[in-house]
Write a protein that binds this ligand. Structure first.
Ligand code: 0L1
Ligand code: MG
Length: 265
């Protein structure tokens, strides 16, 4: 049965369901099984979900882009990516252990992260070159996604409401100067020493800096403050997300940017 949406009732119930999944580490049926959700309503739920963390003392340190690869966009039947919000508590040190039991069904993605040195106002920043001039540093990153939905299955509004499946992320220790050639650099993902993915950041909307531009536009459309100096942006997965379990060791490598590590315990 579809629940009636009211700004207060619908959003509050959705936030409650999603928080319960995180706290109990148990997946929930996707929201759209019982609730008709538009994309606007989904971003409203995401906003409220994050507000609960912010009210409890968390700090937003940036954003993540999701559904940036042609394969994922085709699978979800969309032509615009989505964004989620990164909180300080999601950031792990390079090589730090992550307790598997903290999450529901984690998967790891290899990404390019950028740290901004300047704001990105979409009215003035229009090109990949413009974005490059706003970036202070880049790093190779691992994103741990953990959909709060059963079977990692969802519609577009579901995944937006669920903060784009954001759970944890790790930045490599080598922060390098921004390079416009980054889309051509080779990237490799290893699980327990075995190569499980490779590609180039060109898989991310053609260029990871294009993902920053797309993010700046989406934030403006949704009434968020513009990207600012110091913000971290996870630009999107270079390849497939890889399921991980306790005992797994994951390493991501990006030409000219070193490596990044995660240990599941
Ligand atoms: O970071 C991502 O690309 C994931 C976005 C959400 C979709 C998913 O959970 O696969
Ligand atoms: Mg990702």
């Amino acid at each position: 049965m579809t629940e009636a949406w009211t700004e207060e009732g619908g959003a509050a119930r959705a936030v409650e369901h999603l928080r319960a999944a995180v706290l109990r580490r148990r997946p929930i049926p996707r929201l759209t099984e019982t609730m008709a959700l538009s994309l606007d309503q989904a971003y409203e739920i995401q906003k409220r979900l994050i507000e609960v963390d912010l009210a409890a003392g968390a700090r937003r340190i940036g954003y993540k882009m999701g559904l940036t690869s042609p394969a994922k966009m085709k699978q979800m039947n969309v032509d615009v990516p989505v964004f989620g919000q990164l909180l300080d508590r999601m950031l792990l040190q390079d090589g730090a252990p992550l307790r598997r039991e903290e999450l529901i069904h984690p998967r790891v993605e290899l990404e390019v992260a950028v740290i901004l040195g300047d704001g990105v106002d979409p009215d003035r920043v229009k090109t990949v070159d413009d974005v490059a001039s706003r970036i202070r540093a880049m790093a190779v990153a691992l994103e741990v996604i953990d959909s709060r939905y059963e079977g990692f299955r969802f519609t577009l509004p579901d995944v937006v409401a669920d903060n784009a499946s954001a759970a944890r992320f790790v930045l490599g220790s080598a922060f390098v100067r921004p390079s416009k050639d980054v889309h051509l650099w080779g990237a490799r993902l290893f699980k327990n020493g075995e190569a499980v993915g490779f590609g180039t950041p060109a898989n991310v909307l053609g260029h990871p800096f294009a993902a920053v531009l797309a993010l700046a536009r989406l934030l403006a459309e949704r009434g968020f403050p513009p990207l600012a100096a110091g913000d971290v942006v996870l630009t999107g997965a270079i390849g497939e997300a890889v399921p991980v379990e306790a005992g797994d060791v994951v390493e991501g490598v990006l030409d000219h940017a070193g490596s990044v590590h995660l240990r599941l315990v």
